[in-house]
Design a protein around this ligand. Structure first.
Ligand SMILES: Nc1ncnc2c1ncn2[C@@H]1O[C@H](COP(=O)(O)OP(=O)(O)O)[C@@H](O)[C@H]1O
Ligand SMILES: CC(=O)OP(=O)(O)O
Ligand SMILES: [Mg+2]
Length: 397
């Protein structure tokens, strides 16, 4: 059995999953929240799906790992009989430097740290998780799997901003794209569902989670994606604005008197569905909209409108679309959002079947009508399994 521990360290959370890569199944998973911010929820789920919940005050990522080790010891499975052969880390920003999963050395850590200027909200937390995990698991290799890696195949026409070339190069300003691990996994899973080689397919993948991004996948390679230099660009998200006129940022500083950090906070944490509709969580937002809340309804309209714009743009870039694929928390679980996003596209050969769309399932499925020229699919993502597989490949276990 090849067991890999997958770690996704956020600024205030630690998510982990122990994966049996051969079987493709999780042996355990868990989450510690509100790291460094007083008492917060923590949960550990064992292989049988039993979840034990706790309320913990963890000061930092080291303490979060200590909680995790304790949870394994108390609730299983045992990390002695299911010892991980490697630890795979989600790292958000790999810049133009990392385009493959990479065994973590001191030099790699310096590079991840240095790339923090391009992902100040993500890379420092990823690095803190790596350092803590190395201490908890000192005798196995640690591997970084980058969100940006899959998008390194984008052509310059897609990744360049129309900025002064010297300024852009000096500051490494370009589109990097994120959620690559998910876009890669889902595009392959969609191909396998359609029973066609991914090399033959032109796909639009819509990863709609708390963060959200669209990706045009041509022959299995990312050719365009909606997130840019940072995960702020593109679709409207739970709390992030997505696309804006850049002059708005200047206006907020010049006229509204906001400082740089205040603008950063506004655009990343208080905008999107939260800012427009009062709820950053799609479940709460759709509930409010159904109860007649006008602001929530309008926010949903904006969310769907933005997705439709990207679908149209990517269809034009690809020249043909074999399938549009919904994934992640919202994409997998919110039929109303899926229907709104693709409404009115019948003239372009995209037709969602309302009955198929309403079916709740955890399996990959088709939700388009039989005569829809473009298939519309729901394909659950599994970033942890993909990270575990790539980790195992690099360490050659
Ligand atoms: N049944 C559901 N209906 C609507 N939205 C859902 C449902 N389940 C989860 N979501 C939404 O999915 C989002 C979280 O997606 P997820 O992929 O888990 O995010 P992330 O990994 O980026 O934290 C939240 O907005 C949540 O409300
Ligand atoms: C990169 C990114 O936006 O990640 P998440 O969706 O997990 O916030
Ligand atoms: Mg996610």
């Amino acid at each position: 059995m090849s067991v890999v521990l997958v770690v996704n360290s956020g600024s205030s959370s630690l998510k982990y999953q122990l994966v049996d890569v051969g079987a493709g199944t999780p042996l355990a998973s868990g989450l510690v929240e509100r790291i460094g911010a007083g008492p917060g929820p923590a949960a550990h789920t064992d292989a049988a799906g039993r979840t034990s919940r706790d309320e913990v005050s963890v000061a930092d990522h080291h303490a979060a790992f200590a909680w995790m080790l304790q949870a394994f010891a108390e609730h299983g499975p045992s990390l002695e009989s299911h010892a991980p052969v490697a630890v795979g880390h989600r790292v958000v920003q790999g810049g133009a430097r990392f385009f493959e999963p990479t065994v973590i050395t001191e030099l790699v850590k310096i590079n991840i740290d240095e790339l923090s200027v391009l992902a100040p909200l993500h890379n420092p937390a990823n690095l803190a998780g790596i350092v803590a995990a190395e201490r908890a698991f000192p005798s196995v290799p640690h591997v970084a799997v980058f969100d940006t890696a899959f998008h390194q195949t984008m052509p310059p026409a897609a990744y360049l901003y129309a900025l002064d070339r010297d300024v852009a190069e000096r500051h490494r300003i370009r589109r990097y794209g994120f959620h690559g691990t998910s876009h890669r996994y889902v595009s392959r899973a969609a191909a396998s569902f359609l029973d066609r080689p991914v090399e033959e397919l032109k796909l639009i993948v819509l990863h709609l989670g708390n963060g959200a991004s669209a990706c045009a996948v041509d022959g299995g390679r990312s050719v365009e994606t909606s997130m840019g230099m940072t995960p702020l660009e593109g679709l409207a998200m739970g709390t992030r604005s997505g696309d804006l006129d850049p002059a708005i940022v200047l206006h907020l500083q010049r006229r509204a008197g906001l400082g740089v950090d205040e603008v950063d906070d506004l655009l990343n944490k208080r905008s999107g569905m939260l800012g427009l509709g009062g709820h950053g969580d799609m479940r709460d937002l759709t509930e409010a909209a159904e109860a007649g809340d006008e602001a929530a309804r309008t926010a949903l309209d904006v969310y769907a409108h933005r997705i439709r714009s990207y679908v149209g743009a990517y269809a034009a870039q690809l020249g043909r679309v074999d399938a549009i694929v919904f994934t992640a928390g919202v994409g997998e679980n919110a039929p109303g959002v899926r229907a709104m996003a693709l409404a009115g596209l019948g003239g372009f050969g995209v037709a969602v079947d309302p009955d198929r769309n309403a079916i709740r399932s955890r399996a990959a499925r088709r939700i388009s009508t039989d005569d829809s020229r473009t298939a519309v699919l729901v394909v659950p993502t599994n970033e942890e399994l993909e990270i575990a597989r790539q980790t195992l490949e690099v360490v050659g276990a």
